[in-house]
Write a new protein. Sequence first.
Length: 486
Amino acid sequence: MYKTDYPKGFKKDFLWGGATAANQLEGGWDQDGKGMTTAEVIRKAENKMNLTFNEVTKESIEEAIADKTTDNYPKRRGVDFYHNYKEDIKLFSEMGFKAYRMSMAWARIFPNGDETEPNEAGLLFYDKVFDELAKYNIEPVVTLSHYEMPLALTVKQNGWASRDTISSFTRYADIVFKRYQDKVKYWLTFNEINAGTFGFMGTGAIDSTLTEKEQLQIRYQALHHQFIASALVVKQGHKINPEFKIGNMLARMQTYPLTPNPDDVRAAQENDNLNLFFTDVQVRGEYPEYMNRYLSENDVKLNFQPNDEVILKEGTVDFISFSYYMSTVTSANNAGDKSVGNMLNGEKNPYLETSEWGWQIDPVGLRITLNEMWNRYRVPLMIVENGLGAVDTLEADGKIHDDYRIKYLHEHIIQMKEAVMDGVDLMGYTMWGCIDLISASTSEMSKRYGFIYVDQDDNGNGTLRRYKKDSFNWYKQVIKSNGSNL
Ligand code: BG6
């Protein structure tokens, strides 16, 4: 129907907030019966361009298990939310958060992943966190698996490469869905599910010494298992509580062609399809045709069981959530200069500035992406990660002047609002790393995203004291004005 009116701003109940992940935030890695996770065997990088998350081998895991310190494995220490959650949540509430996206450490609940009974102490911790959030009317948005799983499942069956991991995951989901059914309404299954195409961090499957062809096979098979697991728990969750809203989570990377040459445009379309493939499966409940060709031409043979088709159809998600940090550029013959960045091997866009870590900053790309995803899927969208990783300076007076972060967020929120005015159904925005935490890609502490500064350096030295950055008060008034005061 044609209407003469259109939205002029964000919905009244827009979910403003921040996002974190257990493995980068919590610490308490060996407390209260928790098992080791795959994130805790990823060594810290030597420098900011050194990505160690996919260099894991059997030997490096054995070495990590033998090492009982946090020295080389910063994700073990996080920023000690485990003991500071009350203070941290209070600070979130001071900013006026309506929502807090967090993840649960599966290994707190099932230390080895395959027990029949959960670890009560682990469940109690999340009870306390959810109760604290409820105290301030902050809606939790909970990711079941954010770049981690019980390490024992990797050792025993190579993580998601094994179909057996599906039943361990559905058991874990069943326990937490039932336990928290009155405390949590919004759930996400796998964080940045497409990161599985880069290996271990997403799949928990060791594949760093395999050939490229073998890697492709193991990664797409592991991803198929995650699709099935995700679909099963969506169905299971709705049975437990029909009010649940369960979403997927994609690392969205909008692709632009390097030039208007149709060959470049087609290359960009293909690259974009490989990114949206994940959402195609999770929203439409089936593999898209273009993937049949891609998988065949790359010699990937999936073990796709007879009932899988039905499972995927019956477990489609209620909404799409995604992270957005940058866009990328592709050409048919790789003519452009290479860009760098988190898991991204695109080409340089001469029109964009980059962060200190080489990520191409593109606020308009967020509006383009929101429109494209809305037009393709027609289901509500939620931006559950967006932000700037930067080096911050703690001044002698305890202040942190992060005007560059305010500028970044300001520009992205403006484009987000434009997309809402274009008609996109947007549920919320949880800025990434609302409190400083350990970087996913490099395990550095000095790559900071937060509104809240945490006094800790790359080697784990510091008081862990929390300080408000200038962006803290800025975001507070953004939320208070529901995004009209930017
Ligand atoms: C996303 C992840 O890829 O980007 C987060 O879901 C991560 O876990 C964030 O922290 C920023 O990446 P990084 O490598 O700068 O921490």
